[in-house]
Write a protein of this length. Structure first.
Length: 367
């Protein structure tokens, strides 16, 4: 008999009687804005826009009991690199049918695949295809494992330690995708109903993961060059104000020039120095959009910010920025200042750069 996960409050629950939002959504127009949205969920990620053009995206989340569901819709190719946290298991699907550039740990995903669930992974590294929508369910790894054990699915639990991807048959894939999307569009104020829905999703995952009609689990194997690329991206964001030569970067990462170049070419069709340059451009974009960051470091002009991140030629910098983001740095700064002024007038006590749409529990509901 399938058992419903307990309704104990966790990081994936809304506490009874709380004013915390059951669901919310927001648009994002830069990689740094998406990173800020994920940070609101307690997930710290570096986000990098890999394709050229103005970014337009949408993020939505709904909290059940012991489980959260969120979706990321983007018109640009995005790379996310960070930590999913302790005691965490995720189930991710691409729901728009456009997964051509989707990758998890530099590995392409198959059509109708469920991925991201390897139990002992704390880090997360994935790429989202332009013009795609990705839906992710996230819950406690311990609670999901206890659920599997209660159902006698010990072999399946062990498979989740050795694999990070499973290609589903179209029926199971559609059932999971439709279920998760339905919850995103139909948040419930009723805590008992949210617990019931969590149990239904757990059961749905169990059925899909254990079905003999699905393809076998794909073993998780991270090649040395793929590990190196992940380290390079983390290092690039941590050292974005310190542009170095390729030999210096190779020495810091204990790698040869050739291995570093091959890893980047295989995964991003660009060299390591070009990838690091994109990271520095992304950081400039972040500062141009944030009056708080500019004030903190006393950087007020475009040229000052560009120099801070190692761009010595203003002409080359402006051309690269315009080509990558589809607007000049001055246009980005002007838009940010206008938005900040409008938000200050609307709410002079507290300025929030991310206008979330929320759905909160009723204060009069019974618990």
């Amino acid at each position: 008999m399938l058992q419903t996960p307990s309704a104990i409050t966790s990081q994936y629950s809304v506490p009874p009687g709380s004013s915390q939002s059951i669901s919310w959504s927001t648009k994002f127009n830069s990689a740094s804005e998406l990173a800020a949205v994920l940070l609101r969920l307690g997930k710290r990620f570096d986000v990098l826009q890999l394709s050229t053009g103005q970014l337009q995206g949408h993020f939505a989340v709904v909290h059940l009991n012991d489980l959260s569901i969120f979706s990321i819709q983007t018109n640009q190719l995005l790379l996310l690199n960070g930590e999913r946290g302790q005691d965490c298991i995720t189930f991710s699907l691409e729901t728009s049918g456009n997964h051509s550039d989707h990758k998890v740990y530099c590995q392409s995903i198959e059509a109708h695949s469920l991925h991201g669930f390897k139990l002992d992974l704390n880090e997360s590294h994935f790429q989202l295809t332009a013009s795609s929508t990705t839906v992710i369910a996230i819950t406690s790894a311990k609670k999901f494992c206890r659920f599997l054990e209660c159902c006698g699915a010990f072999e399946l639990r062990d498979s989740l330690y050795t694999s990070n991807s499973l290609q589903l048959n179209p029926a199971h894939y559609s059932a999971i995708a439709n279920n998760l999307c339905w919850h995103l569009n139909n948040p419930s104020n009723n805590p008992e109903l949210r617990s019931l829905h969590t149990g239904e999703i757990f059961a749905l995952m169990l059925e899909a993961l254990s079905s003999r009609n699905n393809q076998s689990f794909k073993a998780f194997e991270l090649a040395p060059r793929q590990q190196l690329v992940c380290k390079l991206i983390s290092w690039g964001f941590d050292n974005s104000t310190n542009p170095l030569k390729l030999d210096d970067v190779s020495n810091i990462l204990f790698s040869s020039r050739r291995t570093l170049i091959q890893g980047c070419k295989e995964n991003f069709q660009m060299g390591p120095m070009e990838l690091l340059r994109l990271i520095r451009l992304e950081e400039v974009n972040h500062f141009l959009r944030s009056k708080e960051l500019r004030r903190e470091l006393k950087l007020n002009k475009v040229g000052e910010i560009a120099s801070h991140f190692g761009f010595s030629s203003r002409g080359h910098f402006s051309a690269s920025y315009q080509n990558h983001f589809g607007e000049s740095p001055r246009q980005t700064l002007s838009k940010a200042n206008i938005n900040h002024t409008m938000q200050t007038k609307m709410n002079p006590r507290k300025t929030n750069p991310y206008p979330f749409k929320t759905h909160t529990p009723s204060m009069h509901q019974n618990h």
